[in-house]
Design a protein around this ligand. Structure first.
Ligand SMILES: *[C@@H]1O[C@H](CO)[C@@H](O)[C@H](O)[C@H]1NC(C)=O
Ligand SMILES: *[C@@H]1O[C@H](CO)[C@@H](O)[C@H](O)[C@H]1NC(C)=O
Ligand SMILES: *[C@@H]1O[C@H](CO)[C@@H](O)[C@H](O)[C@H]1NC(C)=O
Ligand SMILES: *[C@@H]1O[C@H](CO)[C@@H](O)[C@H](O)[C@H]1NC(C)=O
Length: 194
């Protein structure tokens, strides 16, 4: 009797397995990995403005060097492509390229200059939106080879209006003034929207 029921369970199990497995196979790989379906579900463009503290502009600086290599200091950006400098920022995000236009949120996080031979940084930051259009965050991470006219970084998640969002942002240096000010344009394309 015991043997019979376990044989039956085994039969039932393999029967269930054979009915379930094809549906797994059908759903994998996920549909959005198909190239033809790689169209953004949402596209947006913003500017953000970084005013780096340089020993004189503590009033309007939006970023500061908080870590520097032993051969440099946290007042003046280091030589050798700023290698080793760690910068924390809280930059206004605007819809237009005008620094003084109304901010829709803040870009908050850090960048680290990480190559001596050429200007390149690693970015980790959030867009924290606080406007009538958008409330919530988008979280960015990735390498920024900033001598490239455009460079793509990952949008690894989001909250609020951007719950579970993922995508790619194309960054462009829209303007810069010496080592003190730069403005980036971010063309955001989300490929996962909820
Ligand atoms: C920051 O303040 C300085 C001195 O007040 C000013 O010259 C400069 O234009 C300001 N920078 C920006 C980006 O507003
Ligand atoms: C920081 O470094 C710069 C350039 O290397 C130098 O001119 C400046 O005096 C240094 N500042 C401090 C506070 O050490
Ligand atoms: C968001 O904006 C509102 C209205 O301008 C303001 O009262 C609030 O403090 C802001 N919140 C944050 C987190 O900046
Ligand atoms: C940077 O630009 C070069 C040539 O312009 C290109 O080959 C390279 O793929 C770009 N790199 C990134 C990370 O965008």
């Amino acid at each position: 009797m015991a043997l019979k029921s376990s044989t039956f369970s085994l039969f039932l199990f393999s029967f269930l397995l054979s009915t379930i497995t094809p549906s797994f196979a059908h759903n994998y790989p996920p549909k959005h990995t198909q190239k033809s379906l790689r169209k953004p579900c949402k596209s947006m463009s913003f500017y953000f403005h970084d005013v780096l503290y340089n020993g004189k502009n503590s009033k309007n600086a939006t970023s500061a060097i908080v870590g520097a290599p032993a051969w440099a200091n946290t007042t003046i950006i280091a030589g050798q492509s700023h290698f080793g400098d760690l910068i924390i920022f809280d930059d206004p995000i605007t819809m237009t390229n005008d620094f003084h236009s109304k901010a829709v949120g803040r870009a908050q996080g850090l960048y680290v200059y990480d190559k001596k031979e050429v200007f390149t940084a690693w970015l980790g930051f959030s867009f924290v939106f606080n406007s009538t259009e958008h409330k919530g965050t988008l979280n960015f991470a990735g390498a920024d080879p900033l001598m490239n006219k455009t460079r793509d970084i990952s949008i690894i998640g989001g909250t609020g209006d951007f719950f579970m969002a993922r995508g790619v942002a194309t960054l462009m240096t829209d303007a810069y003034e010496g080592d003190v000010y730069f403005r980036l344009r971010a063309d955001i394309k989300l490929y996962e929207c909820w």
